[in-house]
Design a protein around this ligand. Structure first.
Ligand code: NAD
Length: 469
């Protein structure tokens, strides 16, 4: 850490004394000056953001390892490289994304210029959670910069080590008249939300999403809510249990299960449950060894509060695999629960940890009915050798994203939007969707001040010719 920089606590106190009045004024003035609008400015900031990721890769990996015990591979794949890819994509496409979009005209507007202008909203607030604390801050930031906005970033106070790197180092790479990192927890965030922003982008839980939405409503501020929930995973009887187990286990235990799009629970027949349990055991042993606690590839639970919550869930159903925990290390073993009932807490709340319950159903219809009784999830997964079964799940349910015969691999494609529906959120981003999210699409029609004779047709007194218009 460079000398002279504030410690996390000092920094927090300092930022909270000025919980943003001045900062917001400074940023708004910068936006109003038009500074962020030219493509050159946006390009320079994006390039600088790329340098932040490259120069501080090791620091970021270390911070992510301290926060959730993330392995270097998982940090690279799901945070650092993913962010870098978004920066590169935005840099390659910025000119094309910014271009006015021409639209066709009608009889009344012939000889006019009609187009959609992609206009920055102005001052944007981005609030991030702790589970992918870099990715979920930087990827929206890429879109906000590309679209020409000024931005206030509010990282999660829970992933303290990453928060510190973001707060201390990121501002050194960005134009500080246009971008600021503000620190704090629930109380400070609520205070921040009393201010007027031109757009709010929030990633976190549905409970806090409602607080953010209510605060935004006071100023009629448009928002994106990237929320969570319980993501069902249906497994058909005709599947190869080992293939399903490999794919589900990787996505369930990635980041120690603290992933918003992780398969949250499996729905399958009793017969498939009996085949899946040994297959899941094989996958877990192959990935994390005989004693997963010593594996460098398995993360840890973010804090004591979540550790205790997850420990409580281990009492649901019957433990078929794992079930061990170690409070000192905030370690929860990769766990599979069977004979789980719908009414148990593990089936009522988002698990957000390395616990996978299996609930048996007698048919595809029963699974679909069960899924449709719940809130709309962020992701839904269907495993079957029969395309019709996968298609039925796709057709008869709703979710933010959908994975057929795999987990959340779809997140690696920037051409696909990430976003929820219903209780799992509203709005979308990644790739060009991020640029569009942070842009107001302004309808523009530019006409000639002359040629008034042509307009006579539209004015009263109306006659039969008006109907031709
Ligand atoms: P959270 O909602 O508790 O916190 C998110 C942010 O809101 C943090 O920056 C926090 O400081 C702030 N906050 C917390 N309580 C607040 C309050 N009362 N008032 C105002 N601000 C408050 O979420 P979390 O625990 O950090 O993250 C886990 C949740 O996020 C899960 O539900 C998960 O599914 C969801 N999530 C969703 C996505 C997605 O892409 N949709 C990605 C990651 C996580």
């Amino acid at each position: 850490m460079s000398e002279g920089l504030l410690t996390g606590t000092e920094m927090t106190q300092k930022q909270l004394v000025d919980p943003s009045e001045d900062t917001l004024r400074r940023l708004r003035e910068a936006f109003n000056s038009g500074r962020t609008r030219p493509a050159e400015f946006r390009t320079a900031q994006l390039q600088s953001l790329g340098r932040f990721l490259q120069d501080n890769k090791q620091l970021l990996q270390d911070a992510l390892a301290k926060d959730v015990g993330k392995s270097a591979f998982e940090s690279d794949m799901s945070e650092i490289i993913l962010c870098q890819n978004e920066v590169d994509l935005a840099l390659r496409n910025l000119q094309a994304w910014m271009k006015d979009e021409s639209v066709s005209t009608n009889l009344l507007t012939k000889l006019s210029s009609a187009f959609i202008r992609k206009e920055p909203f102005g001052l944007v607030l981005i609030i991030a959670p702790w589970n992918y604390p870099l990715n979920l801050m930087i990827v929206p930031l890429v879109g906000a910069i590309a679209a020409g906005n000024c931005v206030v970033l509010k990282p999660s106070e829970i992933s303290k080590n990453t928060e510190k790197v973001l707060a201390e180092l990121l501002p050194q790479y960005l134009d500080q008249s246009c971008f600021a990192v503000v620190l704090g927890g629930p109380e400070e965030t609520r205070q921040l939300l009393t201010h007027k922003f031109d757009y709010i982008f929030f990633t976190g839980s549905p409970q806090v999403g409602k607080i953010v939405m209510a605060a935004a409503a006071k100023h009629l501020t448009p928002i994106t809510l990237e929320l969570g929930g319980k993501n069902p995973c249906y497994v058909d009887d005709n599947c190869d249990a080992q293939i399903v187990a490999n794919r589900v286990a990787w996505f369930r235990y990635f980041n120690a299960g603290q992933t918003c799009v992780a398969p949250d629970y499996i729905l399958c027949s009793q017969e498939m449950q009996e085949r899946l349990v040994p297959a899941l055991q094989n996958a877990i042993t192959r990935f994390y060894g005989d004693n997963p606690q010593t594996s460098p590839n398995l993360g840890r639970i973010i804090n004591q509060k979540h550790f205790k919550r997850l420990q409580g869930l281990l009492g649901c159903g019957r433990v078929a695999i794992g079930g061990q925990s170690d409070e000192g290390e905030r370690y929860i073993a990769p766990t599979v629960l069977v004979d789980v009932q719908e009414s148990e807490p593990v089936m009522q709340e988002e698990i957000f940890g390395p616990i996978l319950p299996l609930m048996t159903v007698r048919s595809l219809d029963e699974a679909i009915n069960f899924i449709n009784k719940q809130e709309k999830p962020l992701a839904l997964y269907a495993f079957s050798n029969n395309n019709q079964v996968v298609n039925q799940l796709l057709e008869r349910t709703s979710s933010g994203g959908f994975g057929g015969n795999d987990g959340f691999l779809y997140l690696t494609l920037p051409a696909l939007p990430l976003g929820g529906v219903g209780n799992s959120g509203m709005g979308r981003y990644h790739g060009k969707f991020s640029f569009d999210t942070f842009s107001h699409q302004r309808a523009c029609l530019l006409r000639s001040p002359g040629m008034e004779k042509l307009n006579d047709l539209r004015y009263p007194p109306y006659g039969p010719w008006n109907q031709q218009l």
